[in-house]
Design a protein around this ligand. Structure first.
Ligand SMILES: [Zn+2]
Length: 360
């Protein structure tokens, strides 16, 4: 199996299992070309976790670290949108889907220790899967990350490096670390190979029937891209499958997609109560794959919604009345849905568990 990464900016390619660097020499992120058309008959119960969709994942056959990820189901209630419980994964965040494929890649292609930077959830997931794979890892986190998320890193035996200042400082510090392999979930496209299995799992569980719109939290936008790439592979096999509109919800202090997508909308101005953002998981000024995100949202007919701290707290409280405990970032999509209002033909994605950040 010959797999190549290509650069989203200049088109240059590199062997996926022996890339020239963590990104292209021109500064662009590596990507994978569209995967094979989705084949429902190839879903195998012989594998666990997202590996039951291995035919769609561009990695050779092998025994990879899995914790049975790919579990979150939909909650349906009368007169409400459906809720995708995407946080009900082994480390209580949707990130596990992408981290299992990222760690599988690392087990074949990376020199330990593995280096990652994260505001918390991706790092916790990375540390858990690295522990399961028996590979040492070093995680860079903002010093301001919630204590529960940092505790998870220590619990899994990761080496933890706390960095002061804005989120971007954490990424810069991880990139500057040359003692190991930088395996960023934002930069390495293998993360999206696992994330896209959300689309396949939901297609399988709901017999291809999706609500018209899917509201998702968006920082680096891995749920947006994962769903888009998964839907693209489904559509290649099933031309009459109607791809739902993907509706990214961002915080008013980090609404990177607002201006390029909602071209006629008013500018987004943070309100005094929005600073600092309580949605630490999407505090990303400029996502790595911004152009790809714009394509994904516009091609599916979606638009961007920007919310603030008060709306997120209200969304957390609303979710708890439905029996769902989300961390602030995990409730962002619900806040976006509540702002739009009167949209029952919708799926709202909850991405991270409230246990990680504590009280609502
Ligand atoms: Zn390039």
């Amino acid at each position: 199996m010959s797999i190549e990464f290509f650069c989203e900016y200049c088109g240059k390619s590199t062997p996926a299992l022996k890339p020239s660097s963590w990104r292209c020499i021109c500064g662009g992120p590596w990507s994978l070309p569209p995967g094979p058309p989705f084949d429902p008959d190839a879903i195998t119960s012989a594998a666990s976790g997202v590996w039951r969709f291995h035919r769609q994942i561009r990695l050779p056959s092998g025994h990879y670290p899995t914790l049975g990820e790919g579990c979150g189901r939909w909650l349906r209630a009368n007169n409400e949108p459906s809720i995708a419980l995407a946080h009900l994964e082994p480390t209580l965040s949707f990130k596990d889907r992408g981290v299992t494929t990222l760690l599988a890649w690392a087990s074949l292609a990376a020199q330990p220790p593995l280096i990652e930077d994260s505001s918390g959830n991706a790092g916790g997931s990375f540390a858990a899967y690295a522990a399961a794979a028996g590979i040492p890892c070093r995680i860079y986190v903002p010093a301001s990350a919630p204590p529960g998320k940092i505790a998870a890193l220590h619990a899994f035996g990761a080496e933890v490096v706390k960095i002061d200042g804005p989120r971007f400082n954490t990424t810069e510090a991880a990139i500057a670390d040359n003692d190991g392999t930088y395996c960023s979930h934002a930069w390495n496209p293998m993360f999206l190979e696992g994330t896209k299995t959300m689309a396949f799992q939901w297609w399988q569980e709901h017999k291809g029937q999706f609500p018209k719109r899917i509201y998702v939290p968006a920082g680096q936008g891995s749920i947006v891209l994962g769903l888009f790439y998964g839907f693209r592979e489904i559509n290649a096999a099933i031309p009459d499958f109607t791809v739902p509109a993907i509706m990214p919800v961002q915080h008013r202090t980090a609404a990177s997609l607002w201006e390029p997508i909602n071209i006629d909308g008013p500018a987004v101005e943070p309100r005094p109560d929005d600073v600092p953002s309580i949605a630490d998981g999407i505090a990303i000024d400029q996502p790595v794959r911004k152009e790809a995100l714009i394509t994904a949202v516009t091609q599916t007919g979606g638009r961007v919604i920007a919310v603030g701290n008060e709306e997120i707290r209200n969304a957390q409280r609303k979710l708890t009345t439905m029996g769902v405990w989300a961390e602030p970032t995990g409730a962002v999509a619900m806040a976006g849905h509540m702002q739009v209002g009167d949209d029952d033909d919708a799926l709202v994605v909850v991405s991270g568990h409230g246990l990680k950040t504590g009280k609502v």
